[in-house]
Design a protein around this ligand. Structure first.
Ligand SMILES: [Zn+2]
Length: 493
């Protein structure tokens, strides 16, 4: 016999033979296979549901939401109901929704004040070390999101888009779990262009956001109790890029009858229309950048710009000019225009974006970065993107700096952020970013004070480094590493 308990959000059955509680149903989560999945994960599940856990008795492993005392022996329980823990959401370095409008959206720029905490550490030349460690997810080529998804506590997700695998970090068990699709049609694979998602702003329980897949744009829902997910088709079809959001309109590139189109939909996907983009390629797009009321999709062959309410414009790059997309991303000049670095066969230059007759500014060497966090070898570039670099220490001629993440801070005149510094590297930037193994790299915070966060030997493919913020710490992941490195952020925790 089982006794049925109903709480405002869930239904539980109490087995009268042993006093154990089993979850039957809970708001927002479609399937509950309690016996098969939840046994090893009860602490995590209790935190997600706001259920209760035993503290001093062994009568049951978990209790329904709101229980303050064990019904069998009367001892007190840990009552998690009503406890909410919120921290800044992380939707990928490119996914910050809180940046002001004059900062380009869609680049690795965060509005979190990371510097205030990281700059408390001993300044360079002191060499620090990561003090936290987390195992890498089973599918290491992943993008990360940390948010509440409608639950009382934030959780970390790692999505491997090329394989279509969704992974969930159980912080109480300290384990990654691969989430299973609740139906066979829930395909998450998307490999034709750079990956990016649109987070849900006021999520219902389990709601993650809108993600591109090879079958169309879908809304993704997770069920951490069951370690599963499901998707809801919003726009079915051949999707050619990650979606972008501008002035409450969603723009996404798609392929219709072999030709590229731009899908323009309202934020709820209740209505939309398609624009033809004649001559534009059908795959290989960078994720969109939002700036100046326009969305920009960059491609090796050209740029597509769209202002909601108008037809999109595809512009191939000028003849002979090739963008260096791997160098970072667009950067701003002092007058607010956007520029991208490239090469015309003779020399590097910056090309103005979104203009019919773009201005070109020649430069004498590679510059790595984006959004005004820009470096020429080991020196920052502070004024215009094409200005001479700011040389503080001539020894940095022998190093090469690769910016990973800018921290936007209105109160600072100079950009600050997370970078990699390749030491004693005088080769070409292209080779450092491709296959070459770099003997010594330091992970550094550039700000009011420069801080060396860690020192790593033998790094290859540095562009695969993924920074993220979760659980009051800054983390850095690389698919070659056994563990992710973390640094505590005191005031964010
Ligand atoms: Zn008890």
């Amino acid at each position: 016999m089982a006794y049925r308990w109903e709480t405002p959000t869930s239904v539980w059955l109490e087995d009268e033979t042993n006093g154990q509680f089993a979850l039957q149903a809970t708001d927002g989560l479609q399937h509950i296979d309690w016996q098969a999945h939840a046994r090893g994960r009860l602490p995590d599940v209790a935190h997600l549901l706001g259920a209760s856990l035993p503290t001093s008795c062994g009568c049951a492993a978990i209790y329904p939401e709101g229980f303050a005392f064990c019904p069998t022996c009367g001892r007190p329980l840990e009552k998690l109901f009503g406890r909410t823990r919120v921290q800044g959401d992380w939707w990928g370095a490119y996914g910050d929704q809180l940046l002001p409008r004059h900062v380009p959206h869609g680049l690795p720029v965060t509005s979190m004040a990371l510097g205030d905490s990281l700059e408390e550490r001993p300044a360079a030349p002191a060499i620090g070390r990561a003090e936290l460690s987390m195992p890498v997810p089973p599918n290491a080529h992943s993008v990360f999101a940390a948010s509440n998804y409608g639950f009382p506590e934030p959780r970390l997700l790692a999505l491997a888009p090329v394989r279509g695998v969704l992974q969930y970090w159980d912080p109480l068990a300290q384990l990654w779990h691969v989430m299973a699709a609740e139906s066979p049609g829930s395909e998450l694979r998307f490999a034709s262009s750079q990956y990016g998602w649109l987070p849900a702003m006021n999520p219902a329980r389990g709601e993650v956001g809108v993600v591109p897949t090879e079958a169309g744009l879908v809304r993704l829902w997770i069920n951490p109790v069951n370690e599963s997910y499901h998707t809801e088709m919003l726009v079915s079809g051949h999707i050619a890029s990650s979606p972008g959001l501008m002035r409450r309109r969603v723009g996404c590139l798609c392929v219709i009858e072999g030709a590229l189109h731009l899908l323009d939909a309202d934020a709820g996907f209740s209505s939309g229309e398609n624009y033809e983009c004649p001559g534009a390629p059908t795959s290989g797009w960078m994720r969109p950048i939002g700036y100046d009321n326009r969305l920009f999709w960059l491609h090796q062959q050209g740029q597509l710009a769209w202002r909601p309410g108008e037809a999109p414009r595809w512009r191939p790059w000028p003849r002979g000019w090739t963008p260096k997309l791997e160098f970072g991303g667009p950067t701003q000049s002092r007058d607010g225009r956007l520029w991208h670095i490239g090469h015309d066969g003779q020399a590097y230059s910056f090309l103005e974006l979104g203009a019919d007759n773009p201005q070109v500014e020649p430069i004498d060497g590679a510059r790595l970065g984006f959004a005004n966090l820009l470096f020429r070898r080991g020196h920052p570039v502070l004024d215009e993107p094409w200005s001479a670099e700011h040389v503080e220490d001539v020894n940095e001629d022998d190093s090469l700096v690769l910016p990973l993440l800018r921290s936007f801070n209105n109160n600072r005149s100079q950009p600050s952020g997370l970078v990699l510094r390749f030491h004693k590297y005088t080769g070409r930037a292209e080779e450092a970013l491709a296959g070459r193994t770099i003997p010594r790299t330091t992970i550094e915070w550039i700000g009011k004070r420069n801080v060396i966060l860690d020192d790593i030997s033998r790094l290859a493919r540095p562009l695969e480094c993924v920074p993220f913020v979760y659980d009051g710490a800054l983390w850095l992941h690389h698919p070659d590493w056994n563990a992710m490195r973390g640094w505590r952020l005191e005031e964010l925790s």
